[in-house]
Design a protein around this ligand. Structure first.
Ligand SMILES: NC(=O)c1ccc[n+]([C@@H]2O[C@H](COP(=O)([O-])OP(=O)(O)OC[C@H]3O[C@@H](n4cnc5c(N)ncnc54)[C@H](OP(=O)(O)O)[C@@H]3O)[C@@H](O)[C@H]2O)c1
Length: 303
């Protein structure tokens, strides 16, 4: 039985992925900042501030999936929070790199989250592909540093895949849960111009892509993990309102109000371009939910 070690495996993606891996016959272990709290899988402790990493976690692993990272939408992006967003991804990744470099192990592949923020918070008609350069804004530079750790791990001879993930649409948490509140209250409307693209991916597809990246030894490097349908914020909110049988209002939430409320985090919601999934499709990934309406219909009917 192969062992998959997941960092940040207690989060939105990690919990479903861990269950799917177990159902497929893998042994799943987790690396968490609070190991005692999670009994369902063997959980080891780590802390990138102190450099703690239980060596058993690496010694037992055949594969590592690196999902750990402070949540982008949880708190206002103060300078301290921005540092936490970077460190929780980069310093934790460096801890893994150091362990893989210095300790005996048999890890065959390292699969890491990255994000479409790599291409920057900007609204254009450009369809970004994996060969485009990183943006120079906060998310662009964060994603670059995050991916550089994966590239360092690749220099150790470990196959490395980086999934530049779009907005994950999941049943009761994450972005969809936040979007659902005003819509369910009957006050749903687009944010800012509403013309910004929201590259999205259904929860089942992001987990499917991690499984594929783990099992397909031909996959290397960065892949965009987004659905093939290009969707604006206006279309996303309107489709959700339609499916929930709620009104969709024309006066949009003004950009200045969001900026006032959220500070520079608002850019993440107010800007967005199109992102191509051609590379992962060419690698043989078949989407379970390529269309927005079908994806949302599936999610809003789940408990
Ligand atoms: N969900 C999305 O829409 C989306 C989109 C693009 C990219 N991604 C990326 O995909 C990865 C997984 O996403 P997710 O939605 O599952 O994330 P999540 O629900 O926010 O969970 C991430 C996990 O990271 C760990 N973590 C949180 N704060 C941390 C900190 N300060 N230092 C170290 N570890 C910390 C936590 O595990 P412990 O408490 O057990 O340590 C947490 O369960 C993240 O890196 C995220 O940025 C997600």
């Amino acid at each position: 039985m192969k062992t998959v070690l997941i960092t940040g495996g207690t989060g939105l993606i990690g919990r479903q992925l861990a269950n799917q891996l177990r159902a497929k016959g893998y042994r799943v272990t987790l690396l968490s900042r609070t190991p005692k709290a999670h009994a369902e899988f063997t959980t080891y402790g780590w802390n990138h501030d102190t450099g703690l990493l239980d060596p058993k976690a690496i010694a037992e692993a055949d594969y590592i999936i690196h999902l750990a990272g402070a949540n982008l939408g949880e708190k206002r992006w103060t300078p301290k929070r921005q540092q936490e967003i970077v460190d929780s991804r980069v310093r934790s990744g460096e801890l893994l790199y150091h362990a893989l470099k210095t300790e005996p192990h048999h890890v065959k592949a390292f699969i890491s989250a990255s994000a479409i923020g790599y291409y920057g918070a900007q609204t254009t008609e450009t369809i970004f592909t994996e060969t485009d350069p990183p943006a120079t804004d906060f998310l662009g530079t964060t994603c670059r540093k995050w991916e550089q750790v994966g590239e360092q791990i690749a220099t150790l001879g470990i196959r490395t895949v980086l999934l530049r993930t779009g907005v994950v649409l999941a049943p009761n948490e994450g972005a969809l849960a936040k979007l659902r509140i005003p819509v369910a209250l009957g006050i749903g409307s687009a944010l800012g111009s509403g013309n910004q693209y929201v590259p999205w991916i259904h929860h089942d597809d992001i987990c499917g892509m991690y499984l594929k990246a783990l099992e397909d030894a031909t996959m290397h490097g960065a892949y965009n993990a987004v659905a093939p349908t290009h969707t604006t914020n206006y279309e996303l909110t309107k489709t959700l309102a339609h499916l929930l049988h709620k009104p969709f209002w024309f006066p949009r939430v003004p950009a200045f109000a969001l900026r006032l409320l959220l500070g520079n985090m608002a850019n993440m919601l107010l800007e967005g371009s199109r992102v191509s999934c051609q590379k992962i499709s060419d690698a043989g990934y078949h989407f379970q939910f390529p269309q927005l309406e079908t994806a949302l219909r599936d999610l809003v009917t789940k408990k």
